[in-house]
Design a protein around this ligand. Structure first.
Ligand SMILES: Cc1ncc(COP(=O)(O)O)c(C=O)c1O
Length: 388
């Protein structure tokens, strides 16, 4: 059965896409292929590389299974799998930006993306310019003849500004720049970058696809126009992922729709409740009608994930620490998308444009799979410590 040709719901696709059990003697999961060397039957086949698999860095049945599953979700021509979400940012940037180029990056970007651009890309002779995430079609005014990449991330890291991706993509494409998007927050379940004009869709699969805070992985998916160049860059860099991690993410993908749906509901419920709590001046969650980008989010996204931020009302840093230290269920730690709730203080010190209008410390919350009432009780403990 060719499942790619059937019209299927998202969870059915997540449960079945990627590999064909008939290719593996009927076993429902593909094998975890640990590989460097692949043998060829004769010299002609070796010299011409005329067989499907040729070397471990270039793909295995395990990486193909995950890449195929992601292609089905993204509607992409091809997907590369790299060892972390950060590598899913750096590999396409290295593949497409060259010395003498100018690239545009949203100021609301994930901080390590900025660090990579400001250090390595700059050293390689790429001019990096940050733009206001709310620029929309106005990006056209910043595009120069040598602008090779427009990098987007929506919603923005930690502060959740929603970008007008179709407008930005249309302007960038018209000028011949490749549009990249870090779509980790929404996953391809809640936003489809390629259908909205993006050329290259980036995911930290470490988050929702892996889902259990134990694996680092990244995926990068390209449309037909840019797939070959992305793949060439990936092969040149040798930045391939370990087979056990790839397998774990394929395994995580099977339940991602269910987990994400639960986390979406819990996070939205908690975000609504937090809006009514004293001690909090703002809840930065695009699915809330109070969020300034709610209409844009509603236009382009089909759901919201489980991570958002709160602004503590005119609190000091010491009060913010008291809030965090009082939490017993929320762990203090980076990352998100796992089964457990987390909280971290947010620093916006590297931003130049998207500094926001926040009258107190910003704290990011990742809502896990725990019971909502327990999470609310924990946040109440934090708010009590804040006001003590
Ligand atoms: C938006 C975004 N992109 C990329 C990454 C990087 O992912 P990883 O931790 O797998 O390197 C993160 C990690 O927090 C992230 O939040």
């Amino acid at each position: 059965m060719n499942k790619t040709k059937l019209k299927l719901g998202t969870n059915t696709r997540l449960a079945h896409s990627g590999s064909n059990p008939r290719d593996f003697h009927g076993f429902v999961n593909p094998p975890v292929v640990h590989a460097s060397t692949v043998l060829f039957p004769n010299t002609a086949t070796l010299v011409n590389r005329s067989q499907k698999y040729t070397y471990g860095t270039r793909g295995t049945p395990t990486t193909d299974a995950l890449a195929t599953a992601i292609d089905e979700l993204e509607g992409s021509a091809g997907t590369i799998i790299v060892p972390s979400g950060l590598a899913a940012v750096t590999v396409p940037l290295l593949a497409f930006a060259a010395s003498g180029d100018h690239i545009l990056i949203t100021d609301s970007v994930y901080s390590p993306t900025r660090q990579f651009a400001d250090t390595m890309l700059t050293r390689l002779g790429v001019e990096v310019e940050y733009y206001d995430p709310y620029i929309g079609a106005g990006i056209a005014a910043l595009i120069r003849p040598n602008t090779s990449v427009v990098f987007t991330e929506s919603p923005g890291s930690n502060t959740f500004e929603v970008q007008d991706i179709p407008a930005i993509s249309a302007a960038a494409r018209k000028a011949g720049a490749v549009v990249m998007m870090d779509n980790t927050w929404a996953t391809p379940l809640y936003f489809k970058p390629l259908e909205n004009g993006v050329d290259i869709s980036i995911h930290a699969a470490t988050k929702y696809p892996a889902g259990h805070s134990d694996v680092l992985l990244g995926t990068v998916s390209a449309n037909e126009q840019y797939w070959q160049r992305l793949h060439d860059g990936f092969i040149a860099l040798g930045c391939c992922a370990a087979p056990d991690d790839v397998y774990q993410v394929l395994r995580g993908l099977r339940t991602m729709g269910i987990r994400l749906d639960h986390q979406r509901k819990s996070a939205f419920d908690i975000a609504q409740w937090l809006e009514t709590c004293s001690g909090i001046s703002k809840v930065l969650h695009p699915a809330l009608p109070s969020h300034p980008d709610h209409a844009l989010w509603q236009r382009d996204f089909s759901g919201s994930s489980g991570v958002f931020s709160i602004v503590l009302d005119k609190a000091s840093q010491a009060q913010a620490h008291a809030f965090l230290d009082a939490l017993q269920i929320f762990g203090l730690g980076f990352s998100w998308g796992g089964y457990e709730s987390l909280a971290v203080p947010v620093s916006l010190s590297d931003r130049t444009l998207a500094k926001g209008d926040y009258d107190g410390p910003v704290i990011r919350l990742q809502i896990g799979l725990e019971d909502i009432e327990d999470l609310k009780a924990d946040l109440t403990r934090g708010l009590e410590a804040l006001s003590a």
